[in-house]
Ligand binder design. Structure first.
Ligand SMILES: Nc1ncnc2c1ncn2[C@@H]1O[C@H](COP(=O)(O)OP(=O)(O)OP(=O)(O)O)[C@@H](O)[C@H]1O
Ligand SMILES: [Mg+2]
Length: 368
């Protein structure tokens, strides 16, 4: 049987790379293959430059939009050179785009990476701009992945929680009882602060397996000050990004704490902040004996996952690999699924998660 194949393209807030995944969707979704492509350092810096207010933003945004469009397209073309399927089976690409600003409270979110350029260069139909329709319908535009988690990870007899630890962290609560709504939201930082702090001190992009954090001591006073951020206690729906969790904010809190904390102890404190904010969100939900499955780059931080395992109430903890999808590729696969939803005129959002008035068909279509 000739099945429909969709290509998902995801580059998240961490800026660690562009993930491209191929999924086959007939009655159910099956993963085919995925690969991560490097973001050149100059492009990374240009993206970071646009995540904060800057001079001449329209010119910079316009140029970067096209440059990213080419980068996404080249990644897709390279990915397809070794595709283990006939590329004529590809129905569409679903491209998340690169977030340069996420401000749902101001009524907007902005992802760039021109889909016209991607369609033109790959000769494939492209769907993109998934978040803004949800915002127009009164939602946060985020997180979008819970709808995908609901589709592929829900169980009829086990309560499940899916935790994605990307740049930010988000949870999806999947009750076994299908009369209950799926909920989910961003809990706060994932890897973003850990990455930023080690980068400032060692120039490396991440704290491998959390080893640097593990060699420090948690500073309780600083931890409490960081945890006092109103975002952590706000009721859902809620979503966040680099606008909230960035180095300047962290340095301001450190400065205001009027104490000297060593760099390594700050890293330990940031890991604890990440673990506690995630655990508090999960423990506040009253799902009985949930199974917890983790995905996103944070699964490779063993110190963080060990800490989560001791803080979170759960009946089982593992990664999404146990559910058939490797934790590194869940988000990219989700955008393949969202492309399918758009092409088939099916909704892509969950109002119980984003707060939108109703389900909506998300995204625009750019024909091959
Ligand atoms: N071996 C490792 N040890 C510690 N951390 C790791 C390791 N491998 C990856 N990571 C972390 O995972 C991050 C990338 O995660 P991921 O790709 O899920 O995030 P993202 O692209 O920002 O996605 P999202 O859209 O979910 O925010 C890296 O920046 C790094 O912090
Ligand atoms: Mg990534």
């Amino acid at each position: 049987m000739k099945a429909d194949i969709y290509i998902g393209v995801m580059s998240g807030t961490s800026l660690d790379g562009i993930d491209v995944a191929a999924v086959r969707i007939d009655e159910k979704l099956s993963f085919i293959k995925a690969q991560c492509f490097t973001i050149p350092e100059k492009v990374r810096q240009d993206i970071l430059g646009l995540t904060q207010p800057a001079d001449n933003e329209i010119e910079k945004l316009g140029r970067l939009d096209i440059e990213l469009g080419h980068l996404f397209a080249d990644s897709i073309n390279q990915f397809l050179q070794s595709a283990p399927f006939d590329t004529r089976q590809i129905v569409a690409v679903g491209c998340h785009g690169q977030t340069v600003r996420h401000r749902p409270e101001a009524g907007f979110t902005l992802q760039i990476g021109d889909p016209n350029t991607i369609a033109e260069t790959t000769k494939l139909t492209v769907t993109a701009d998934f978040r803004r329709r949800d915002i127009a319908a009164g939602g946060q535009g985020a997180p979008l992945v819970p709808a995908f988690h609901n589709n592929v990870f829900r169980s009829a007899d086990k309560n499940r929680i899916i935790l994605n630890i990307g740049g930010m962290s988000n949870i999806t609560l999947l009750p076994a009882d299908n009369s209950k709504a799926v909920t989910g939201y961003d809990t706060g930082p994932g890897n973003i602060l850990l990455d930023a702090w080690i980068n400032k001190h060692y120039g490396t992009s991440y704290d491998k397996a959390g080893q640097w954090a593990a060699s420090g001591q948690v500073n309780q006073e600083l931890l409490q000050q960081l945890l006092s951020l109103p975002f952590f206690t706000e009721a859902p729906p809620k979503s966040t990004g680099r606008e909230q969790f960035h180095l300047d904010w962290l340095e301001q809190v450190i400065h205001n704490s009027h104490q000297h904390v060593s760099a390594v102890d700050i890293q330990a404190t940031l890991l604890e902040l990440t673990a506690q904010s995630i655990a508090a969100a999960i423990n506040a939900e009253n799902l009985t004996k949930p199974e917890l499955y983790i995905c996103g780059g944070g699964v490779h931080n063993n110190v963080l996952t060990a800490r989560l395992s001791s803080l979170v109430k759960h009946s089982h903890i593992g990664t999404t690999e146990e559910l058939g999808l490797h934790p590194d590729w869940v988000e990219a696969a989700a955008f393949g699924w969202l492309a399918h939803q758009t092409i088939k005129h099916l909704p892509g959002n969950l109002p119980s998660v984003t707060g939108a008035a109703q389900e909506r068909i998300l995204g625009g279509i750019y024909q091959a």
